[in-house]
Ligand binder design. Structure first.
Ligand code: ZN
Length: 250
């Protein structure tokens, strides 16, 4: 018999699943508000139309579902055969008719949700490999999807903004990004602070850092490389005309 509710009872994982499901619903709403003709318009990602974004999110759900099948069966099924295959899939998806593109998003999202729901509680610990080659427990796929649906909903450039993204999602995203900078040493001289909080990250030992401040949505938007207008930069006590672009993230 097929279960109608999640097999896991881990409260942290259930909370994470909630953010992924809400993000998927948010992406769906944003996509549905676009007319078929508007799908041809530019997204916020250089070189990508809204069609590319929708296709990417659809194929991303399929790729993550493959990881869940891997965790469930033990049979290795990678996200993508190669990064070329992934890129080719997205360019192909962008040429689909509007109805086919919308179906791709809807069906892949439902399928992934069923895979998550029916994954036995103990299988969430099983290890799988991401497209970047990281070995992670199956539970990590929930965050991988959460990040994609929320940020790419903004990329549809249809009124959604980082202010729509729940605070715990923004906090984890910012942590991921500043953590990646730290690992690569690309945050030298950059100190980041969320206005009105002691949430500080970046190069905390810099002698004379450039201080980036803003709201949590504003700073996270900047950190993902989506513009500099939502933050303020200060150096030597003087406010700069424009904040520096954030270091590369992915
Ligand atoms: Zn993406």
């Amino acid at each position: 018999m097929v279960a109608r509710q999640d097999q896991t009872t881990d409260p942290e994982l259930l909370e994470a699943l909630l953010h992924a499901r809400r993000g998927t619903a948010f992406f769906a709403r944003t996509l549905n508000e676009l007319t078929d003709a508007e799908l041809d318009g530019d997204s916020l990602l250089p070189g990508w139309t809204r069609r590319h974004v929708a296709a990417h999110i659809g194929y991303n759900a399929r790729a993550i579902a493959r990881l869940i099948e891997w965790a469930a069966t033990g049979v290795e099924t990678p996200m993508y055969a190669s990064s070329d295959v992934r890129d080719h899939e997205i360019s192909f998806g962008a040429t689909l008719s509007p109805i086919a593109l919308r179906n791709l998003f809807d069906h892949s999202a439902v399928h992934l949700n069923v895979e998550w729901r029916d994954l036995p509680a103990q299988a969430w610990h099983h290890q799988v490999r991401t497209a970047q080659g990281r070995i992670v427990p199956a539970s990590e796929t929930v965050w991988m999807r959460t990040r994609e649906v929320w940020t790419h909903a903004v990329d549809l450039d249809n009124g959604a903004s980082f202010a729509d993204i729940p605070e715990p999602v923004l906090e984890r995203l910012l942590q991921d990004i500043t953590g990646a900078w730290k690992t690569r040493g690309t945050d030298t001289g950059l100190l980041i602070n969320i206005t009105g909080t002691d949430l500080t990250s970046g190069d905390t030992t810099a002698q004379n850092p450039t201080l980036i401040t803003g709201t949590l949505p504003g700073v996270t938007q900047w950190a993902t490389g989506r513009g500099t207008h939502a933050v303020t930069a200060t150096h030597n006590g003087t406010q700069l005309d424009e904040a520096p672009a954030a270091p590369q993230w992915i």
